[in-house]
Design a binder for this molecule. Structure first.
Ligand SMILES: [Fe+2]
Length: 404
């Protein structure tokens, strides 16, 4: 791969921290462009039978599907293709992909897509050896998986560098996370040739997701110095690149967001998120047209406001520190609302009281563990306030555009 200057910083951060964690040692991240042939050659070590997962019609449109299919053919891979993967991928879609995989018996999976495609690939990789929902519900232990090579087409979900997969169960209307070391892709490819085509709305929503990963991890009480460093690097890159990446077609800014995503994704894998992500999953599970980043845009400012009201000095110092880095002049709530405004992440759905009540019950039900990771204790009434205020008054809460 062609390595960019920034890659040296990433590599040195990883080298300095890798003795602390097996996960960090297992990361294999490539950032570059114009290297499709080398990527395919590198996959040889995983076998010759590849399940090629993608859900992105843009990959066909821009020719990357053909590029990869031709290269797989040139290097004598046997390929089966699976592409019925949507935003908020469902258990049913994953099971359908699994049926394809079981018939083909792949040696490994190549996932070319955003978080939804990569998560689907992860679930199929372990689903070959047990029941997917039993793994989620911890009725069965994950013991085996086939390798995954993930080429991210967005810079936001962090899925290409994490051992997590998120699954939407349309029967139970739940969105749950599967976590296991075996879910970490063996290669994480960040291909600027592809990522530069990200549509504006996806730049906005995945970029907002990155912001939430970095700031939620940073504000967790369990956050370590190593994870803090990754969060800070991510927030600096967000400030320099996110809004510019949204507004103009600059390769430099898009590369900057690739790194912001990698840094925040690593921090996410090391520590994990808390309340905004706890509430965002029930929103997307019940309203599947609302993607992950957009659901976070509804909820994050109101959550921060509630946490800041608790007057925990350590936490509030962290929020001030973060908003200074993000360009919010020490006011984190205002910084978040500015990003929402500048990225055009306004309300796209009208929620009624019953919608809010169901999201509240889901959050305190199957997302309770995640709520309990809040850096200060939030009462059930606080969670209710956050949900009702965020979802019912969304537009009224957006500040008029402050530039960052
Ligand atoms: Fe996320």
């Amino acid at each position: 791969m062609n390595f960019h200057k920034e890659n040296k910083e990433l590599q040195s951060l990883l080298d300095n921290s890798s003795s602390e964690s097996t996960y960090l040692n297992n990361l294999n991240i490539h950032v570059g462009n114009n290297e499709h042939e080398n990527i395919v050659k590198a996959m040889r070590k995983f076998g010759e039978r590849v399940l090629f997962c993608t859900g992105n019609r843009a990959m066909r449109h821009y020719g990357f599907l053909d590029i990869y299919l031709k290269l797989f053919s040139k290097f004598n891979f046997r390929v089966v293709y699976y592409d019925n993967i949507s935003v908020n991928p469902t258990l049913k879609q994953m099971e359908e992909g699994l049926t394809v995989a079981k018939e083909f018996n792949p040696d490994f999976i190549f996932a070319l897509g955003g978080g939804s495609v990569i998560d689907t690939a992860k679930v199929i990789s372990v689903g070959l050896f047990g029941d997917i929902w039993d793994f989620v519900e911890k009725k069965q232990e994950i013991k085996k998986a086939i390798p995954i090579v993930a080429s991210a087409t967005t810079s936001g979900t962090g899925s290409h560098v994490t051992p997590y997969a998120v699954i939407t169960n349309t029967d139970t209307l739940q969105k749950k996370t599967l976590k296991h070391d075996l879910l970490l892709p063996k290669m994480s490819i960040n291909d600027l040739d592809i990522i530069k085509y990200m549509p504006k709305y996806i730049i906005a929503t995945t970029g907002f997701d990155v912001l939430c990963h970095a700031t939620e991890v940073f504000t967790r009480n369990e956050c370590t110095n190593i994870a803090e460093n990754f969060c800070i690097k991510s927030c600096k890159s967000i400030r320099e690149n996110l809004v510019s990446s949204y507004n103009q077609d600059s390769v430099k800014n898009k590369l900057g967001m690739i790194y912001a995503d990698i840094y925040a994704g690593i921090a996410l894998a090391l520590i994990g998120t808390h309340v905004p992500h706890a509430i965002s999953h029930p929103i997307s599970a019940r309203f599947q047209n609302i993607n992950h980043g957009h659901s976070l845009a509804y909820i994050t400012a109101e959550t921060a406001k509630k946490l800041i009201e608790k007057k925990n000095s350590n936490l509030n110092n962290k929020f001030r520190f973060l908003s200074d880095i993000l360009g919010g002049s020490s006011d984190f709530v205002r910084a978040v609302n500015n990003y929402k405004q500048l990225l055009g992440l306004n309300s796209i759905h009208t929620f009624n009281d019953m919608d809010c009540q169901l999201i509240y019950e889901d959050t305190l039900g199957y997302r309770r563990d995640s709520v309990d990771r809040s850096p200060v204790v939030l009462l059930d009434e606080d969670i209710k306030d956050i949900i009702f205020h965020s979802l019912k008054n969304d537009n009224a809460k957006i500040n008029k555009g402050h530039h960052l």
